[in-house]
Write a protein that binds this ligand. Structure first.
Ligand SMILES: Cc1cc2nc3c(=O)[nH]c(=O)nc-3n(C[C@H](O)[C@H](O)[C@H](O)COP(=O)(O)OP(=O)(O)OC[C@H]3O[C@@H](n4cnc5c(N)ncnc54)[C@H](O)[C@@H]3O)c2cc1C
Length: 497
């Protein structure tokens, strides 16, 4: 058993835990972040990957959340332009839907309540005459276009964890909080690493960012947050080979009034989601069913000219939204806003539990969390203008950064240079290190993945196994063959052994 005392122990290496760790470390706090699996291993890699205000939340009167999220789009784009980029969303319309005046009003609000600076305003188009309407059925005569952002959710988590570590936080992946109790003015926390080794950490405050397991984490710390509860709502996505040309996305309204997004994904693919259904199983075992996959294909078929069948699916994933229970009737209507519950208002050793929230609002959530804890002797908010690792792009844009990398490394394939900048941003050159030609990158594992990159992911990003690399640090799982994956597993076994 080893003991130490820190300012903050954070449970959960999803976007909220990683975001709070980064902010706290930058305020000068000593921080330990524990994640029992992989960073972004749960909800934070299973989202629709949108940094958005959430147009449909206006309908539920969630003005505070929508405003905060709209403002955050622009802040996050500046912090991580390699991971977050603007996308045009096409919203086709017909007479069976909400009336046009209502949509126009919603879009007007969306354009105006969030201090929009860089994103264009919404507009109406005739999809039969506009290239954006090309994939849609020919009888659809009206559509609206508005702007939001797409993000690499898992890499956003990693970027926050890396910056937290750079600022002194200890990031312990594969480490579970087993129990915690108050001893005087400190928390005494029992941890267990994946190899079974136990340790104890003492902390002035505890943050519970356990996502769908937040209530269980609270119980393990002997904390009951009164009548507060989580409502777990499952959501599934499917990925198919690219359905259309162009960088635009589609927001489709379904017969059941639900929304399905069709999104450009990883250059050669289309991401479709999400479903929404109450969930009472084990969140670690959530999976996209055939029924959900068929539902998503039907939703596309309702608006797109070409039908889509489940046979086209190349990947599917599911996650569980850990929403704050507000007793709304339908899963779609439950609030997406977050709630921070502080146990021990008057105690010296507080615990703060995070319930609900979105990837989009994680940075503000972190600021609010640290405000609520108000630990004495720590700094104020600082993250709004501070780029995340890789975020200081040469020339300020993805295009100029790819050109710069390619001119520094002319031996690098342009497609690979593009992918590396989208993954590592301004750190792409550091990842390539002293390589002067392709051969210097070591063994090639397929789709441009090399030993040099794998070693960087292990050293800098806490990657351990093939899924960490193929489905979270990258999405190369979409491109590697079974044989190539097997070789990667062999390589990792040698390195980890
Ligand atoms: C289908 C779907 C679509 C979504 N789409 C969007 C979207 O487009 N845009 C958006 O902004 N948001 C979206 N969201 C919401 C967003 O993904 C979540 O709000 C967010 O990821 C939650 O992050 P978190 O850090 O709270 O939880 P998680 O990412 O689940 O992290 C919690 C972590 O805690 C760890 N943990 C639990 N117990 C312990 C313990 N005892 N010890 C150590 N570690 C522990 C878990 O292993 C887990 O990794 C979507 C969610 C879903 C499910």
């Amino acid at each position: 058993m080893s003991t130490e005392a820190v300012d903050l122990l954070i449970v959960g290496g999803g976007i909220n835990g990683a975001g709070i760790a980064r902010d706290a470390a930058g305020r000068g706090m000593s921080v330990v972040l524990v994640e029992r699996g992989d960073l972004a291993g749960a909800t934070s890699s299973a989202s629709s990957k949108l940094i958005h205000g959430g147009l449909r939340y206006l309908e539920f009167g969630e003005f505070r959340l929508v405003r905060e999220a709209l403002v955050e789009r622009e802040v996050l784009m500046r912090m991580a332009p390699h991971l977050i980029h603007p996308t045009e969303f096409v919203l086709p319309h017909d007479r069976t839907l909400r009336p046009r005046w209502l949509l126009r009003l919603g879009l007007w609000l969306y354009d105006h309540i969030g201090g929009r600076e860089r994103l264009p305003a919404s507009r109406r188009i005739d999809p039969r005459r506009d290239a954006l309407g090309e994939p849609l059925r020919r009888d659809i005569a009206a559509a609206f276009v508005y702007a939001d952002c797409q993000a690499d959710d898992a890499r956003l988590v990693i970027a926050n964890a890396r910056d937290a570590a750079r600022r002194g936080a200890r990031v312990l992946r594969g480490t579970e909080l087993i129990s915690a109790r108050r001893v005087g003015s400190l928390w005494s926390v029992q941890l267990q690493a994946s190899d079974g080794v136990r340790s104890e950490v003492q902390a002035r405050a505890l943050v519970n960012a356990g996502g769908p397991w937040a209530m269980e984490v609270a119980r393990r710390a002997g904390v009951e947050h009164g009548r507060a509860a989580l409502r777990l709502v499952k959501g599934s996505h499917i990925v198919v080979p690219r359905l259309y040309m162009g960088a635009q996305a589609y927001m489709l309204q379904n017969d059941d009034r639900r929304i399905v997004f069709v999104l450009p994904f990883e250059q050669d693919f289309t991401l479709i989601g999400t479903t929404e259904a109450a969930f009472d199983g084990n969140p670690a075992e959530v999976a996209c069913t055939d029924e959900e996959a068929a539902y998503l294909c039907r939703a596309v078929g309702r608006w797109f000219a070409r039908p889509l069948t489940p046979a086209a699916i190349v990947w599917r994933y599911a996650g569980v939204r850990p929403l704050y229970e507000d007793h709304a009737r339908s899963a779609s209507a439950v609030t997406r806003d977050y709630v921070l519950l502080r146990d021990g208002e008057a105690l010296a050793a507080p615990m703060l539990s995070v319930l609900g929230g979105k990837i989009t609002t994680y940075r503000r959530l972190a600021e609010h969390a640290l405000e609520r804890l108000a630990l004495p002797g720590t700094g104020g908010p600082w993250t709004a203008g501070a780029p995340l690792p890789g975020g200081a792009l040469a020339g300020g844009s993805l295009e100029t950064a790819v050109e710069a990398l390619h001119s520094d490394c002319p031996w690098l394939d342009t497609v690979i240079a593009d992918r590396l900048v989208r993954r590592y941003g301004s750190d792409a050159a550091a990842m390539l290190g002293d390589a002067r030609r392709k051969e210097d990158l070591g063994e090639a594992f397929g789709a441009g993945l090399t030993a040099r990159e794998i070693d960087w992911l292990r050293r800098e990003e806490w990657a351990l196994d093939a899924d960490d690399i193929l489905w979270r640090r990258t999405k190369l799982g979409l491109r590697l063959s079974a044989g190539e994956r097997a070789r990667l597993e062999e390589y990792l076994a040698q390195r980890n052994g």
